[in-house]
Design a protein around this ligand. Structure first.
Ligand SMILES: Cc1cc2nc3c(=O)[nH]c(=O)nc-3n(C[C@H](O)[C@H](O)[C@H](O)COP(=O)(O)OP(=O)(O)OC[C@H]3O[C@@H](n4cnc5c(N)ncnc54)[C@H](O)[C@@H]3O)c2cc1C
Length: 379
């Protein structure tokens, strides 16, 4: 399906970012996977080319283009290149906006320019052992000590947990009220900040997911993002973009899985025929293509709506839900059509299969997406 959503400057950006990924990322995928982490140089190089936080104003080092299509392109292309450890989409769309949209000028000046250049790698720390889908179970606390907040607690499953420099951390500032959560900018080299081991995962092997421990960290007052107790509101406010960016990563990755499979079935012969000539293959691929094009059109519409100022978080939840299912189905059918080869690590489709399983879980599980959609139906 031809897409008309991108104009000349978007296509140029897409071409440049794709070329960057082919040169600086794709050749190193195996090495990074082995290491379980990506080198910080890749963020520096991405920053040099203007691929990180392009929405930041020029005064903070960015390009100042508040057009969500650029962020969509970054997420799609990252998905399409098959690398899951390097996460500019997390850095740009899921973390930086907390500081950009709600932080003081001082906070922005202190952290955004170095995040744009890639000198700082960003991460967000919400989830705890007893608080994932239900953040009201959060135990991390930040107690107002007059001159500073005293931060204590544990976070888990944090992407960029090892390589991250700057963390947006959620903590309770009022023990009486479960929703009185505040957000803080915390530096990874502060006293009392400890990183746990890199967690072993079924997929996303080059992504350094980790536990974090906060032991009496003195957080300066000026590192509170926005107002005390308003963290939940800020989190909810960012959800439409966050879920839509997940959907863009899903469509990019699904396209990658689709292309890998198409290539394979056009080359593999069984019973004297190419797999691509068999009706089962054709029907499976046709079904996936139709679902893909429908999902793509929906995501493109929501991105256009966001650019018009329409932040529909229920629609974004629908996009995340269905694009996650689509990606997992595309990876699964892809493995099946590869036969035994699809189960072999050397075939990229097997990695897509394990890498993509996370999308039904992180940034809000599929069940939570359904809850949100159901609430909008029955409220
Ligand atoms: C690889 C990876 C990277 C991650 N990166 C980050 C990160 O960078 N920062 C961060 O803060 N977090 C991160 N997370 C955490 C992620 O967002 C959570 O794992 C996710 O929100 C689910 O929370 P949970 O694991 O506690 O599962 P739970 O909330 O315990 O859910 C368990 C099951 O119960 C279901 N469930 C929960 N509530 C309901 C309900 N009301 N109705 C019906 N079913 C329900 C869920 O859908 C799920 O199936 C990451 C996780 C992973 C695995």
């Amino acid at each position: 399906m031809k897409r008309y959503c991108y104009e000349h400057e978007h296509l140029m950006f897409q071409e440049a970012f794709r070329a960057f990924l082919q040169q600086e990322v794709v050749p190193f995928r195996d090495e990074w996977r082995e290491a379980g982490i990506v080198p910080r140089e890749v963020y520096l190089k991405a920053g040099e080319h203007g691929f990180l936080i392009p929405q930041a104003p020029e005064s903070l080092g960015g390009i100042g283009i508040d057009d969500f299509r650029f962020q969509q392109i970054v997420a799609e292309e990252i998905g399409f290149c098959g690398e899951t450890g390097f996460m500019p989409q997390l850095h740009t769309t899921m973390v930086a906006p907390y500081i950009l949209n709600h932080g003081s000028n001082e906070l922005k000046q202190k952290y955004i320019p170095k995040a744009v250049s890639g000198e700082y790698i960003l991460a967000v720390a919400m989830t705890e052992p007893d608080a994932g889908s239900d953040l009201s179970g959060m135990r991390s606390s930040a107690v107002d000590m007059g001159d500073y907040y005293l931060l204590n607690g544990t976070k888990t499953y944090i992407s960029n947990g090892i390589c991250g420099d700057i963390f947006v951390v959620a903590a309770r500032t009022n023990p009486e009220k479960p929703h009185a959560i505040s957000l803080f900018v915390v530096e990874g080299d502060w006293q009392g900040f400890r990183r746990g081991v890199k967690l072993n995962k079924m997929g996303m092997k080059s992504q350094d997911t980790a536990e974090l421990f906060f032991d009496n960290i003195k957080v300066p007052k000026e590192n509170l993002i926005g107002e005390e107790g308003q963290g939940f509101k800020y989190l909810m406010g960012g959800l439409a973009k966050e879920r839509l960016i997940c959907a863009a990563w899903n469509t990019g990755t699904a396209e990658y899985a689709f292309e890998l499979t198409k290539e394979f079935v056009c080359e593999r012969k069984v019973f004297g025929k190419y797999l691509s000539e068999m009706q089962n293959t054709q029907f499976k691929m046709a079904e996936l293509r139709a679902r893909f094009d429908m999902a793509q059109a929906f995501v493109d519409t929501l991105v256009a709506n966001i650019n018009r100022g329409d932040y529909d978080s229920v629609a974004a939840s629908k996009a995340k839900l269905l694009s996650s299912e689509l990606l997992c189905d595309t990876a699964d059918e892809g493995v099946q059509l590869h036969g035994g080869a699809g189960y072999m690590d050397e075939y990229p489709i097997s990695r897509v299969y394990t890498d993509s399983r996370i999308t039904r879980i992180f940034a809000g599980t599929s069940e939570i997406m359904k809850l949100i959609i159901a609430r909008s139906i029955f409220e």
